[in-house]
Design a protein around this ligand. Sequence first.
Ligand code: ATP
Ligand code: SF4
Ligand code: MG
Length: 336
Amino acid sequence: MTAPLLEIRDLSVSFAGRHGEAFEAVSGVDLTVSAGELHGVVGESGSGKSVTMLAVMGLLSPGARLSGSIKLDGRELVGLSDRQMRKVRGVRIGYIFQDPMTALNPLLTIGDQIAEAVRIHRPQVSRAQSRARAVELLQLVAIPMPEKRATQYPHEFSGGMRQRAVIAMAMANEPDLLIADEPTTALDVTIQAQIMELLEKLRQDRGVGIVLVTHDLGVVAGAARSLSIMYSGRVVERGLVDDVFAAPHHPYTKGLLGSLPQPDARVERLRAIPGAPPPISARPAGCAFHPRCGYAIDICRAERPVLRQVGATTVACHRAEEVAAGQAEEMSVHDA
Ligand SMILES: Nc1ncnc2c1ncn2[C@@H]1O[C@H](COP(=O)(O)OP(=O)(O)OP(=O)(O)O)[C@@H](O)[C@H]1O
Ligand code: SF4
Ligand SMILES: [Mg+2]
């Protein structure tokens, strides 16, 4: 059996709090992505999505402490030197940031920036060749008139075009894995759909594995084959998108699905999950979701549920069987 493209096992990342005490922003995360697969990572703000992905890229801030294992094609990345990691970044893994402006230099033309991304890892490529490659890459991400566009500056591009340029840059060295951290949140709905189409095309035509980080389950529904749902630094449910959508086993997943707009309803029904996620430095004992969970019972406040296979999905909830079967009674939660 070949190793999965990306295999994260028991990843924990902690930061020092204001008074010096350490807090775990990511706690025991497992995540597997196969080659050519689009995997969605979904969770509310602060659930640890970006920290997990920055750990994969070796881009955590120096004060962060990391434990666990991150393997790319079976090769352990944890413990690699900065020099070794630089070769992995940008060559084997491409990273697409939420805000394209943070990834683009306003003072350089788009073409020069993409050419630079090519040459930084392959200095033997001539300037002329790398410029030609930049035009090719702009064409790959469906930017019209790529020769002309390559000579323009970021401010001459629209938001959607900038994101395309960033994707072109991430693809510069034909990576096996693309990590897209909320690539569409800054864009309007039509452009969002176009960017998703582009990612899907890259997956199909180039066979890249993609991790798509988002807080929007709706985006994942149309694009991903599998997904992981994160809550308070942990994965609480994962599985194939079809299985999770057909029979969610975790109350949080159920809540997220319930808050999706109903396409057939005349009025959009948005059922928000009551309360807000806890600060990660003050994660509740037992199941971190318990203050917001209508199904919580005594064991939930005392014991942390572990991930286990229930039905077709893998879930961390003491009452997963009853929740999925609709046998558990949901109480209203007034205060979280
Ligand atoms: N460098 C850092 N130092 C200290 N704490 C950090 C650092 N980076 C992230 N955190 C904390 O780790 C937690 C997880 O952050 P993360 O950025 O991974 O969330 P996220 O799921 O990506 O949220 P969002 O949807 O808002 O992007 C947060 O509580 C955040 O404040
Ligand atoms: S373990 Fe308990 S509190 Fe946590 S999600 Fe399941 S039922 Fe709710
Ligand atoms: Mg984030």
